[in-house]
Design a protein around this ligand. Structure first.
Ligand code: HEC
Length: 162
């Protein structure tokens, strides 16, 4: 691509909301469809770039990549979007004690793509880590629980908070 063409692309892409908010052009994202879903469903609380909102919701820039590296952590990601998360948690030394709503109305493939955008594009998990699949979401969907139970499970996978 010529420099002039690249410049035009940047100009056209930047106001694109979802994609520019994630700090990358469409073709720089590993999960552009997940980005679209994130902006529609998650950004209102977690911020367009996943940095969180101090009085509302935690950042998603580190823990999701940690979680994606273990089987129980991957279950944690699926549970959180399927069933929500209630009660006090600590992220990077800050406490949050709210209720994340559940997103079980979204289908498994959409939830997997949304989580993969969080894990790989926002939290920068290593690219060789296995992405979440729709089947992972379906497995967790078969075991309904509430947001308090999701918080209990989180204790086993999150870094110990202050
Ligand atoms: C209405 C606000 C809101 C929306 C919308 C929302 N969240 Fe949350 N999210 C929260 C809150 C609040 C917490 C912390 C809950 C607590 O205090 O127990 C949280 C926690 C999380 C966590 C756990 C972080 C950790 O360190 O364990 C993940 C992952 C997450 N959200 C992902 C998402 C994704 C993906 C979406 C979109 C599908 C989403 N959230 C939509 C409010 C929201």
């Amino acid at each position: 691509m010529s420099p002039r063409r690249a410049c035009l692309t940047a100009l056209v892409t930047l106001p694109g909301g979802a994609l520019s908010a994630a700090g990358a052009q469409a073709d720089g994202l590993a999960y552009p469809q997940g980005a679209t879903s994130f902006q529609a469903n998650c950004a209102v609380c977690h911020g367009a770039n996943g940095a969180g909102l101090p009085s509302l919701a935690p950042p998603l820039l580190a823990n999701p990549a940690r979680y994606a590296a273990s089987a129980e952590g991957r279950r944690q990601l699926a549970m959180t979007v399927l069933y929500g998360l209630f009660g006090d948690i600590a992220v990077d030394g800050h406490h949050y004690d709210f209720r994340m709503p559940d997103f079980s109305r979204l289908d498994d493939a959409t939830l997997a793509a949304t989580l993969n955008f969080v894990v790989f594009d926002l939290a920068h998990a290593p690219a060789d880590l296995k992405p979440l699949s729709a089947a992972d979401l379906a497995t967790e969907r078969a075991h309904p629980m509430d947001g308090a139970a999701v918080r209990e499970h989180r204790k086993g996978v999150a870094p110990a908070g202050p």
